[in-house]
Design a protein around this ligand. Sequence first.
Ligand SMILES: Nc1ncnc2c1ncn2[C@@H]1O[C@H](COP(=O)(O)OP(=O)(O)OP(=O)(O)O)[C@@H](O)[C@H]1O
Ligand SMILES: [Mg+2]
Length: 289
Amino acid sequence: MNDDGLLVAHELNKDFGGHRAVDGLSFSLARGAIGGLIGPNGAGKTTLFNCLAGHLKPSSGTVTLDGQPIGGASPSRIFSAGLARTFQIPRPFPQMSVIENVMVAPTGQLGETFWANWLRPRAVAAQERRTRDAARHWLDFVGLSALQDQPARVLSGGQRKLLELARVMVAEPKLVLLDEPGAGVNPALLDQIVDKVGVLNRQGVTFLIIEHNMDLVMTLCNPVMVMAQGKLLVSGDAASVLRDPRVVEAYLGDVDDAGDVDGSGSARPVGGASGTGGTPGAQGTAVPA
Ligand SMILES: Nc1ncnc2c1ncn2[C@@H]1O[C@H](COP(=O)(O)OP(=O)(O)OP(=O)(O)O)[C@@H](O)[C@H]1O
Ligand SMILES: [Mg+2]
């Protein structure tokens, strides 16, 4: 196993009753990589993210971030350690403004404690100013500045994905897990998301991205890990992984079982990809350990 990885999982399992949704998963994601995580519906991808980010406790196995054990820790502790994640279905606070939604992200703000407002009002105000400045910066970065005072309910699906990206970036994470950033996003906004992830990666942020849109995977992700039935099936560069007969079979099995992939056909490993001409992310390795 590559123990120098920023994120290292070893023999990770997650059971739901008798069903093993994550099954003996071991991998190492290199610092600076944009890893992809693909696989048919129900493969266990989101469950893996939940285990990594602390929203579910793994049944067994270990996870380290930058050498520190994080497996089984709370979401806020893992977030503070530098791992942020976005959700498959973003649910911003609909009545709160866009900028307020971005400002709720950081943990451990002084203003969160009742007494701090009385005892250290200036420190609280200064920190709120810093958080607001950071929120403005990240909203500008994702192109949502013009909407910052609108209630979040006015945002489209794609804009909600961008809001989530701004929200997690306020905390300046080392590693960002994106759960289907391309789902339900129109092509123009999708290009914007791809572009922003590339910019952040060049600034040193490591990503692991669950995605069914193979154009996005081909453009951004290297390495690509494929999950099927809870297991890590294969890992490598996008083009070779998508050609792998085991991967094709896993997806075809999904089509047979489900009758349809997801309506758009976007869950196919082949055919949706536009070629191999994309720029891969920083060369990283996610090696089955
Ligand atoms: N909280 C839960 N309780 C019980 N079973 C669950 C729970 N969450 C997920 N599962 C099951 O675990 C398996 C993996 O689900 P998961 O959502 O991780 O798949 P996925 O790879 O993210 O799929 P998709 O591509 O459709 O988002 C599925 O069989 C699912 O029904
Ligand atoms: Mg999922």
